[in-house]
Design a protein around this ligand. Structure first.
Ligand SMILES: C[S@@+](CC[C@H](N)C(=O)[O-])C[C@H]1O[C@@H](n2cnc3c(N)ncnc32)[C@H](O)[C@@H]1O
Length: 219
């Protein structure tokens, strides 16, 4: 990867990419619940009045699911085109258009879910994002996320986005050690972990990397 690219450029490139691919990406994945058994298991353990933030929520499909089950849920994403798709698919999903690097309201959510989005946060900025998540959660609040296992960071092939054959979508892979370090450093206690094998191409068109679901509690 080009080492001259700074973290802001990496993050901005992700926003640009989702704005470009929003229509095609959402047509394929924007309403499909792939990890439904993990989400159902997670939901079954939540308090009835939980306030939930779906960080990097894309079309808001998970936000919609939580709302249908009676929770107070909000989608948060920085791509205005993904927000447009959300308004089309799920007009009742409340949406905040912003970057999760920004610090916002403290102690305001019981639960934060962030599925397939932390792997777009530049490695240098993960501490800031985890610190934001910590602040946003109420005492004993719960964080649930899924990322892809692997090493390092790179621009990967994005099936809907080809720029003269160049790899374009910024991707940050996680080792289990890195995940554990981040959780420990930011005062989260891991309460659940499950690794799932990727079969064939995953939603971003890459072969091979397993995904890992983590649930952690704010200490
Ligand atoms: C692979 S999609 C996943 C969408 C959704 N969570 C799901 O599971 O279907 C990644 C989403 O994260 C959003 N995203 C990436 N980086 C972000 C950031 N720094 N702030 C807010 N949203 C971000 C993208 O705009 C995109 O909608």
């Amino acid at each position: 990867m080009d080492n001259n690219i700074n973290s802001i450029q990496k993050r901005e490139s992700v926003k640009r990419d989702y704005n470009i691919i929003a229509d095609e990406y959402s047509a394929e994945f924007g309403r499909k619940y792939e990890d439904i058994e993990v989400v159902e298991e997670f939901m079954s353990k939540l308090k009835a009045d939980s306030k939930i933030l779906d960080l990097g929520g894309g079309t808001g499909k998970l936000t919609e699911l939580f709302i249908q089950r009676g929770y107070n849920a909000i989608c948060y994403d920085f791509s205005k085109e993904m927000m447009r798709k959300s308004k089309e698919f799920y007009p009742n999903v409340p949406y905040i258009l912003d970057d999760m690097i920004e610090h916002f309201e403290n102690n305001s959510f019981d639960v934060i879910i962030t599925f397939y989005s932390l792997f777009h946060i530049p490695k240098e900025e993960l501490d800031k994002v985890f610190s934001n998540i910590y602040d946003l959660l109420k005492q004993n609040g719960v964080l649930c996320f899924v990322v892809q296992l692997g090493n390092g960071e790179d621009f990967i092939d994005e099936p809907y986005l080809k720029e003269n054959g160049k790899k374009v979508l910024y991707f940050n892979f996680f080792t289990k050690e890195q995940i554990n370090e981040l959780l420990q450093k930011h005062n989260f206690q891991k309460i659940y972990e499950i690794e799932k094998e990727e079969v064939g191409e995953n939603e971003l068109g890459e072969d091979g990397n397993n995904k890992i679901f983590i649930i952690a509690k704010k200490k």
